[in-house]
Design a protein around this ligand. Structure first.
Ligand SMILES: [Zn+2]
Length: 256
């Protein structure tokens, strides 16, 4: 919709939606009351409606394929269900050791209903590539405005996870940043944010994780363990299930 030269605000307004047309009287009253030009009031109203109807966007930073699903797979399932757009960046697929990981991650992303990309950083060498990781995150942060970014907690002991989280703090300065737990990497953890989940969200998480055949040799990689973690967090929240997060940073105007 373009505001044509010479077109009056009323004409522009009535061509947008009927809903706007019914608001016209109110907008005129507001302009008069605030001693504002009707064009300004109309522009603010359109902007606020656009903002309201904009799909919420979340980004999940996954140092290795499967970290995203392990740490916040249930939350991703819930966000998708509620109309969010979710994108996952997998930083490394360990292709030299697990040639099927790229395919497994693609399958998992499809089940979750998210978009994804796989970068080619070398597993266990993220500290060496810290600057390049920061640049990749910085470039990404400039291209899309996210409402929330998920990353491993600040107390995660894996060197690759630590680098991603440290650089995320630098690259994503203007949105909420939540740390997801991976209990085998968290000797200590401070979870102060919980997202309540239902059985269907947990099922989706487990279905996605089931795509990672190459990772099933890991001691933590089994359904009983996945369920025990979300059950424990659920009990802490008086909910069926939950995933727990560390609030690294919260942008309040996205909530209030
Ligand atoms: Zn990892």
């Amino acid at each position: 919709m373009v505001w044509k030269k010479g077109q009056k605000p009323e004409q522009y307004l009535f061509t947008i939606t009927e809903e706007f047309a019914t608001d016209w009287k109110i907008l005129k009253q507001r302009a008069k009351k605030n001693n504002q030009n009707i064009s300004e009031v109309l522009r603010d109203s359109v902007n606020s409606k656009n903002e309201y109807s904009r799909k919420k966007k979340a980004l999940v930073l996954s140092p290795h394929t499967d970290d995203a699903e392990l740490g916040c797979g249930g939350t991703i399932a819930k966000m998708i269900e509620e109309g969010w757009e979710v994108h996952i960046i997998y930083f490394s697929a360990v292709a030299e050791r697990y040639p099927n990981l790229v395919e497994e991650a693609a399958k998992s992303s499809k089940i979750m209903g998210v978009t994804h990309e796989i970068l080619d950083f070398y597993t266990r060498f993220f500290p060496r590539d810290r600057q390049d990781i920061l640049q990749a995150l910085y470039d990404h942060s400039k291209s899309i405005q996210y409402d929330v970014v998920f990353t491993p907690t600040t107390t995660d002991i894996h060197q690759d996870h630590g680098v991603v989280t440290e650089e995320a703090k630098r690259a994503f300065r203007n949105c909420t940043l939540l740390g997801y737990e991976l209990p085998w990497n968290n000797l200590t953890v401070s979870l102060n944010c919980f997202i309540p989940l239902k059985e269907r969200h947990i099922k989706k998480k487990i279905l996605a994780l089931d795509c990672y055949d190459s990772q099933k040799h890991n001691p933590y990689f089994n359904e009983k363990f996945f369920r025990s973690v979300v059950k424990m967090r659920g009990i802490q929240l008086a909910s069926d299930f939950a995933e727990g997060f560390e609030t690294i940073k919260v942008r309040l105007d996205q909530i209030i």
